[in-house]
Design a protein around this ligand. Sequence first.
Ligand SMILES: Nc1nc2c(ncn2[C@@H]2O[C@H](COP(=O)(O)OP(=O)(O)OP(=O)(O)O)[C@@H](O)[C@H]2O)c(=O)[nH]1
Ligand SMILES: [Mg+2]
Length: 229
Amino acid sequence: MSLIVKVIIPAFNEQNGVGNVIRDIPGDVVDEIIVVNNASTDETERVAREAGATVLKEEVKGYGRACLKGMEYVRSSVDKADIIVFIDADYSDYPQEMTDLIRPIQENGMDLVIGSRALGNLEKGSMTPQQIFGNWLATRLLKLLYGIKFTDLGPFRAIRYDRLMAIGMEDKTYGWTVEMQLKAAKNGLKCTEVPVSYRKRIGFSKISGTVKGTIMAGYKIIWTIFKYL
Ligand SMILES: Nc1nc2c(ncn2[C@@H]2O[C@H](COP(=O)(O)OP(=O)(O)OP(=O)(O)O)[C@@H](O)[C@H]2O)c(=O)[nH]1
Ligand SMILES: [Mg+2]
Protein backbone atom coordinates (compact mmCIF):
# COMPACT_ATOMS: atom_id res chain seq x y z
CA MET A 1 0.00 0.00 0.00
CA SER A 2 1.50 3.33 -0.95
CA LEU A 3 1.39 6.12 1.59
CA ILE A 4 -0.49 9.38 1.06
CA VAL A 5 2.00 12.23 0.78
CA LYS A 6 0.97 15.90 0.93
CA VAL A 7 3.24 18.90 0.55
CA ILE A 8 2.75 22.20 2.39
CA ILE A 9 4.42 25.31 0.94
CA PRO A 10 4.21 28.59 2.89
CA ALA A 11 4.54 31.46 0.43
CA PHE A 12 4.78 35.19 0.90
CA ASN A 13 5.33 37.08 -2.35
CA GLU A 14 7.02 34.24 -4.22
CA GLN A 15 5.46 34.60 -7.68
CA ASN A 16 8.76 33.80 -9.42
CA GLY A 17 9.72 30.82 -7.28
CA VAL A 18 6.55 28.99 -6.37
CA GLY A 19 5.70 27.72 -9.86
CA ASN A 20 9.15 26.17 -10.26
CA VAL A 21 8.91 24.51 -6.87
CA ILE A 22 5.54 22.96 -7.74
CA ARG A 23 6.70 21.79 -11.18
CA ASP A 24 9.83 20.10 -9.81
CA ILE A 25 8.01 18.10 -7.14
CA PRO A 26 8.06 14.44 -8.23
CA GLY A 27 4.45 13.82 -9.20
CA ASP A 28 4.60 10.08 -8.74
CA VAL A 29 5.24 10.29 -4.99
CA VAL A 30 3.00 13.20 -4.04
CA ASP A 31 -0.81 13.23 -3.76
CA GLU A 32 -1.47 16.93 -3.15
CA ILE A 33 0.50 20.16 -3.12
CA ILE A 34 -0.86 22.84 -0.83
CA VAL A 35 0.40 26.40 -1.13
CA VAL A 36 -0.50 28.67 1.75
CA ASN A 37 -0.51 32.15 0.32
CA ASN A 38 0.54 34.31 3.25
CA ALA A 39 -0.89 37.75 2.49
CA SER A 40 1.03 38.06 -0.78
CA THR A 41 0.58 41.24 -2.77
CA ASP A 42 1.91 39.71 -5.98
CA GLU A 43 0.77 36.93 -8.31
CA THR A 44 1.74 34.05 -5.99
CA GLU A 45 -1.82 32.75 -5.79
CA ARG A 46 -2.47 32.69 -9.54
CA VAL A 47 0.93 31.16 -10.35
CA ALA A 48 0.50 28.42 -7.73
CA ARG A 49 -3.00 27.58 -8.92
CA GLU A 50 -1.95 27.43 -12.56
CA ALA A 51 0.90 25.10 -11.63
CA GLY A 52 -1.67 22.74 -10.14
CA ALA A 53 -1.53 23.36 -6.41
CA THR A 54 -4.37 23.74 -3.95
CA VAL A 55 -4.11 27.33 -2.74
CA LEU A 56 -5.14 28.43 0.74
CA LYS A 57 -5.18 31.98 2.06
CA GLU A 58 -3.65 33.09 5.35
CA GLU A 59 -4.04 36.81 5.73
CA VAL A 60 -1.97 37.18 8.88
CA LYS A 61 1.73 36.91 8.16
CA GLY A 62 3.94 34.36 9.85
CA TYR A 63 5.84 31.32 8.67
CA GLY A 64 4.48 28.98 11.35
CA ARG A 65 0.97 30.34 10.99
CA ALA A 66 1.01 29.49 7.30
CA CYS A 67 2.24 25.96 8.04
CA LEU A 68 -0.47 25.49 10.69
CA LYS A 69 -3.08 26.62 8.18
CA GLY A 70 -1.91 23.93 5.77
CA MET A 71 -2.05 21.29 8.50
CA GLU A 72 -5.58 22.30 9.44
CA TYR A 73 -6.62 21.88 5.81
CA VAL A 74 -5.13 18.38 5.64
CA ARG A 75 -6.80 17.43 8.92
CA SER A 76 -10.19 18.43 7.55
CA SER A 77 -9.70 16.56 4.28
CA VAL A 78 -11.29 13.16 3.78
CA ASP A 79 -8.12 11.19 3.02
CA LYS A 80 -5.87 13.14 5.47
CA ALA A 81 -2.24 12.06 4.86
CA ASP A 82 0.44 9.63 5.97
CA ILE A 83 3.39 11.92 5.35
CA ILE A 84 3.62 15.71 5.25
CA VAL A 85 6.51 17.40 3.47
CA PHE A 86 7.31 21.06 4.08
CA ILE A 87 9.26 23.05 1.51
CA ASP A 88 9.79 26.78 0.97
CA ALA A 89 8.44 28.60 -2.05
CA ASP A 90 11.65 30.38 -3.01
CA TYR A 91 13.21 27.53 -5.05
CA SER A 92 16.27 27.32 -2.80
CA ASP A 93 15.69 23.64 -2.16
CA TYR A 94 15.59 21.03 -4.93
CA PRO A 95 12.08 19.57 -4.92
CA GLN A 96 13.35 16.50 -6.84
CA GLU A 97 15.14 15.47 -3.64
CA MET A 98 11.78 14.95 -1.93
CA THR A 99 12.04 11.27 -2.76
CA ASP A 100 15.16 11.01 -0.55
CA LEU A 101 13.34 12.78 2.28
CA ILE A 102 10.38 10.45 2.21
CA ARG A 103 12.30 7.20 1.86
CA PRO A 104 13.46 6.85 5.50
CA ILE A 105 9.83 7.13 6.61
CA GLN A 106 8.53 4.70 4.01
CA GLU A 107 11.27 2.13 4.31
CA ASN A 108 13.03 2.52 7.64
CA GLY A 109 10.27 3.44 10.06
CA MET A 110 11.48 7.00 10.68
CA ASP A 111 9.08 9.69 11.92
CA LEU A 112 10.92 12.89 11.03
CA VAL A 113 13.47 13.50 8.29
CA ILE A 114 15.28 16.85 8.13
CA GLY A 115 16.85 17.91 4.86
CA SER A 116 20.26 19.08 6.02
CA ARG A 117 22.00 21.78 4.04
CA ALA A 118 25.00 21.43 6.32
CA LEU A 119 25.51 17.88 5.01
CA GLY A 120 24.59 18.66 1.43
CA ASN A 121 25.69 20.68 -1.53
CA LEU A 122 25.54 24.38 -0.77
CA GLU A 123 25.76 26.88 -3.60
CA LYS A 124 28.10 29.71 -2.69
CA GLY A 125 26.05 32.61 -1.33
CA SER A 126 22.88 30.59 -0.83
CA MET A 127 23.15 30.91 2.94
CA THR A 128 24.47 33.94 4.79
CA PRO A 129 27.30 33.46 7.33
CA GLN A 130 24.97 34.49 10.14
CA GLN A 131 22.44 31.89 8.98
CA ILE A 132 25.10 29.16 8.99
CA PHE A 133 26.30 30.25 12.43
CA GLY A 134 22.75 30.48 13.78
CA ASN A 135 21.94 26.97 12.63
CA TRP A 136 25.18 25.66 14.13
CA LEU A 137 24.43 27.32 17.46
CA ALA A 138 20.81 26.19 17.54
CA THR A 139 21.68 22.58 16.74
CA ARG A 140 24.44 22.62 19.42
CA LEU A 141 21.86 23.78 21.94
CA LEU A 142 19.41 21.08 20.81
CA LYS A 143 22.09 18.48 21.47
CA LEU A 144 23.08 19.96 24.80
CA LEU A 145 19.60 20.60 26.16
CA TYR A 146 17.46 17.96 24.46
CA GLY A 147 20.04 15.32 23.65
CA ILE A 148 19.20 15.14 19.96
CA LYS A 149 21.65 15.43 17.11
CA PHE A 150 20.78 17.57 14.10
CA THR A 151 23.06 19.56 11.82
CA ASP A 152 20.48 22.00 10.44
CA LEU A 153 17.08 23.62 10.98
CA GLY A 154 16.34 23.41 7.27
CA PRO A 155 12.81 24.16 6.08
CA PHE A 156 12.74 21.14 3.72
CA ARG A 157 11.56 18.22 5.85
CA ALA A 158 9.21 15.24 5.93
CA ILE A 159 7.25 14.01 8.92
CA ARG A 160 4.67 11.33 9.60
CA TYR A 161 1.29 12.99 9.69
CA ASP A 162 0.07 11.34 12.89
CA ARG A 163 3.26 12.31 14.73
CA LEU A 164 3.05 15.87 13.46
CA MET A 165 -0.49 16.15 14.79
CA ALA A 166 0.50 14.57 18.10
CA ILE A 167 3.42 16.83 19.04
CA GLY A 168 1.25 19.96 19.26
CA MET A 169 2.95 22.53 17.04
CA GLU A 170 2.13 26.10 18.03
CA ASP A 171 4.77 28.59 16.93
CA LYS A 172 3.33 31.13 14.51
CA THR A 173 6.56 32.57 13.14
CA TYR A 174 10.27 31.80 12.93
CA GLY A 175 10.39 29.36 15.84
CA TRP A 176 8.47 26.81 13.81
CA THR A 177 11.35 24.69 12.48
CA VAL A 178 13.23 24.40 15.77
CA GLU A 179 10.00 23.77 17.67
CA MET A 180 9.28 20.74 15.50
CA GLN A 181 12.75 19.34 16.11
CA LEU A 182 12.77 19.82 19.88
CA LYS A 183 9.24 18.46 20.24
CA ALA A 184 10.29 15.47 18.16
CA ALA A 185 13.07 14.91 20.69
CA LYS A 186 10.79 15.37 23.70
CA ASN A 187 8.21 12.98 22.29
CA GLY A 188 10.70 10.30 21.32
CA LEU A 189 10.14 10.50 17.57
CA LYS A 190 12.59 8.60 15.42
CA CYS A 191 14.55 11.32 13.67
CA THR A 192 17.13 11.35 10.95
CA GLU A 193 18.66 13.68 8.38
CA VAL A 194 19.46 13.40 4.71
CA PRO A 195 21.79 15.76 2.81
CA VAL A 196 19.96 18.24 0.59
CA SER A 197 21.28 20.66 -1.99
CA TYR A 198 20.63 24.37 -1.64
CA ARG A 199 20.90 27.23 -4.11
CA LYS A 200 20.33 30.96 -4.13
CA ARG A 201 16.65 31.78 -3.88
CA ILE A 202 14.55 33.30 -6.64
CA GLY A 203 13.06 36.64 -5.59
CA PHE A 204 13.55 38.73 -2.47
CA SER A 205 14.66 37.38 0.88
CA LYS A 206 12.22 37.86 3.74
CA ILE A 207 14.27 36.51 6.62
CA SER A 208 17.97 35.76 6.48
CA GLY A 209 18.83 38.32 3.82
CA THR A 210 17.52 41.22 5.89
CA VAL A 211 18.97 42.59 9.13
CA LYS A 212 15.57 42.74 10.81
CA GLY A 213 14.65 39.22 9.69
CA THR A 214 17.94 37.77 10.88
CA ILE A 215 17.69 39.35 14.32
CA MET A 216 14.03 38.45 14.76
CA ALA A 217 14.51 34.88 13.58
CA GLY A 218 17.68 34.34 15.60
CA TYR A 219 16.07 35.70 18.72
CA LYS A 220 12.89 33.68 18.26
CA ILE A 221 14.79 30.45 17.62
CA ILE A 222 16.92 30.76 20.76
CA TRP A 223 13.90 31.86 22.79
CA THR A 224 11.95 28.82 21.57
CA ILE A 225 14.78 26.44 22.53
CA PHE A 226 14.66 27.67 26.15
CA LYS A 227 10.89 28.01 26.30
CA TYR A 228 10.27 24.26 26.07
CA LEU A 229 12.99 23.14 28.48
N1 LIG B 1 9.34 35.98 6.28
C1 LIG B 1 8.22 35.38 6.02
N2 LIG B 1 8.21 34.35 5.17
C2 LIG B 1 7.09 33.77 4.94
C3 LIG B 1 5.93 34.20 5.58
N3 LIG B 1 4.97 33.42 5.20
C4 LIG B 1 5.49 32.54 4.35
N4 LIG B 1 6.80 32.75 4.16
C5 LIG B 1 7.69 31.92 3.30
O1 LIG B 1 8.74 31.34 4.07
C6 LIG B 1 9.81 30.96 3.23
C7 LIG B 1 11.13 31.37 3.84
O2 LIG B 1 11.37 32.75 3.67
P1 LIG B 1 12.74 33.24 3.04
O3 LIG B 1 12.63 34.70 2.74
O4 LIG B 1 13.12 32.34 1.94
O5 LIG B 1 13.74 33.06 4.26
P2 LIG B 1 15.18 32.46 4.26
O6 LIG B 1 15.16 31.14 3.57
O7 LIG B 1 15.68 32.54 5.65
O8 LIG B 1 15.98 33.50 3.43
P3 LIG B 1 16.66 33.36 1.98
O9 LIG B 1 17.99 32.75 2.23
O10 LIG B 1 16.74 34.73 1.46
O11 LIG B 1 15.78 32.49 1.15
C8 LIG B 1 9.51 31.54 1.87
O12 LIG B 1 8.96 30.52 1.07
C9 LIG B 1 8.48 32.61 2.19
O13 LIG B 1 7.68 32.90 1.09
C10 LIG B 1 5.94 35.31 6.46
O14 LIG B 1 4.96 35.75 7.02
N5 LIG B 1 7.11 35.85 6.66
MG1 LIG C 1 14.69 30.89 1.63
